[in-house]
Ligand binder design. Sequence first.
Ligand SMILES: NC(=O)c1ccc[n+]([C@@H]2O[C@H](COP(=O)([O-])OP(=O)(O)OC[C@H]3O[C@@H](n4cnc5c(N)ncnc54)[C@H](OP(=O)(O)O)[C@@H]3O)[C@@H](O)[C@H]2O)c1
Length: 315
Amino acid sequence: MNMENHIKRVKRREFLKSSAKLAAGTMLLGLGSSKIFGALNPGRLENSIETVTLNNGVKMPILGFGTLYLNGDEGIRCVSDAISVGYRLIDTATIYGNEESVGGGIKQSGIKREELFVTSKLWVDDYGYESTKKAFDTSLNKLGLDYLDLYLIHRPRGDVKGSWKAMEELYKEGKIKAIGVSNFEDGHIDDLISNFEIKPVINQIESHAFFQQDRANESLKKYGIQMEAWSPLAQGRNEHFTNQTLAAIGEKYNKTNAQVSLRWHYQRGIIAIPRTSKKAHMMENLKIFDFELNKSDMQTIAALDLNITQFPEWE
Ligand SMILES: NC(=O)c1ccc[n+]([C@@H]2O[C@H](COP(=O)([O-])OP(=O)(O)OC[C@H]3O[C@@H](n4cnc5c(N)ncnc54)[C@H](OP(=O)(O)O)[C@@H]3O)[C@@H](O)[C@H]2O)c1
């Protein structure tokens, strides 16, 4: 199945699911947020997310907010909420069809542009030198921004070299602060590095407890490229949120499975961009800097690796 059809199918499924749960969910949020997160101070959080320095000197938050499937008014609300509770890195892509919503959320939040780190991605239909430049302008217009912090080639297909040439130029013109790739393997990266002046700063790939990608991470380190994890919570697949191993570790620190997973990414030095439509989960996912997994916890989580994608339909 192609990505577009998959997105339509999942959007419909998630819409039906969320319509059914709307009333109950709203009530729970209203009650739960002040009780569970009463001590949280969003003002303090603003400056508490550490940054990673990319290979071109640009600093990027190590924890951010993913926006796949967050579209329309819900997308605007989610992005605005995410910024209000402390997220500064926002990850979108042309294929998500939500750059306008992300831009709307940024505007609604009232935050200064320079405080944010915004990533978008070039979709395969726009690969090639000329099309990349056009697609980039369209993305900027939709987002209502005049530069991007990070622009990624979404998948290693088609005229990647034509696109990279265009991205190098946009980078040199200052319209993008950093350029990178997503879903690339070593061979694709070698090909870029040996043919171009500027090497990618990031490779954004699938990584979570069930597909950890240690080998890819080691290899990226050798290239000086930072790994960023997509679907850091495995989208809840493989029963991530009720996994007993993660729950037993979380119990020791009074943390949820999501927090254990996000802390694990953080301790591995990997940037993670969890997505959630719920403000309570947005806050929960930020509360990972007040505990530490010990060596044995890290080894226990390492043993959960199935070493296989949990998203075979996107292969
Ligand atoms: N480059 C690529 O090819 C690629 C591919 C996929 C994704 N991405 C990027 O990576 C981002 C993250 O990946 P993802 O959206 O696929 O999945 P994800 O972040 O791993 O998981 C999202 C799911 O987790 C749930 N969730 C989040 N926090 C939770 C919590 N604290 N407790 C319980 N459930 C929680 C959300 O539901 P609720 O809304 O109910 O909280 C949602 O269903 C995307 O949004 C996108 O920006 C990139």
